[in-house]
Design a protein around this ligand. Structure first.
Ligand code: SF4
Length: 99
């Protein structure tokens, strides 16, 4: 009969919790410009294509948190798009100046 020590049980619980986090899905995809939310806020992957941007872009937005590069470009997360990345050089109509 195998009896697990409390330390092993603790490790197993941590592994199971980690597995659950991974199962819920890491952030890996970029926002699709055809996504309904992206369309609603006028999301563009290139801020220079928007006259409304006036030089503003995701990387200077208060809702942006820098993350890993995607396709050789800076990317990060945005509160508007849970579980997705936006390019730092993207823009949408919900841009808000960092405090
Ligand atoms: S809210 Fe800010 S970070 Fe999010 S997509 Fe719009 S401009 Fe980019």
């Amino acid at each position: 009969m195998l009896i697990a020590s409390p330390a092993i049980l603790s490790t197993l619980s941590a592994s199971q919790a980690f597995g659950q986090r991974r199962a819920s899905g890491p952030i890996s995809d970029l926002v699709d410009v055809k996504d309904p939310t992206a369309k609603a806020v006028g999301y563009l992957e290139d801020f220079t294509k928007s006259k409304a941007a006036k030089g503003n872009k995701c990387s200077t937005c208060s809702l942006y948190v820098k993350g890993a590069d995607k396709n050789g470009k800076e990317a990060g997360t945005c509160a508007i798009f849970p579980k997705k990345f936006v390019y730092g050089s993207a823009y949408c109509n919900s841009w808000a100046k960092k405090a």
